[in-house]
Design a protein around this ligand. Structure first.
Ligand SMILES: [Zn+2]
Ligand SMILES: [Zn+2]
Ligand SMILES: [Zn+2]
Length: 88
């Protein structure tokens, strides 16, 4: 893993999505584009291309900076607080 930021460097095991759906969009009956999984609390939420942008809202509201892509075949982490990106 490349040295992206302290938050990404601290991750030793990437949390994978428990379910392939945005937990908040499901409640709203909304749709999403891509899914991201919070590496602090293991919540899977939708990306910034989605109408509700739940992953970035969650990162700001909760202070959980790092997400992993939950899309099949994508192996990367992103830190909102440092705007840092790393593949794994
Ligand atoms: Zn960071
Ligand atoms: Zn959502
Ligand atoms: Zn979280």
């Amino acid at each position: 893993m490349t040295e992206a930021c302290p938050h990404i460097d601290a991750i030793t095991e990437v949390k994978k999505a428990k379910r392939r759906e945005c937990e908040e969009c499901v409640k709203l009956h909304a749709s999403w584009v891509h899914l991201r999984t919070c590496q602090e609390c293991h919540t899977t939420l939708c990306c910034d291309d989605s109408p509700n942008r739940h992953a970035s809202k969650h990162a700001r509201a909760s202070g959980h900076p790092v997400i992993a892509s939950a899309e099949p075949g994508e192996r990367w982490l992103y830190c909102f607080s440092d705007d840092a990106f790393a593949e794994y």
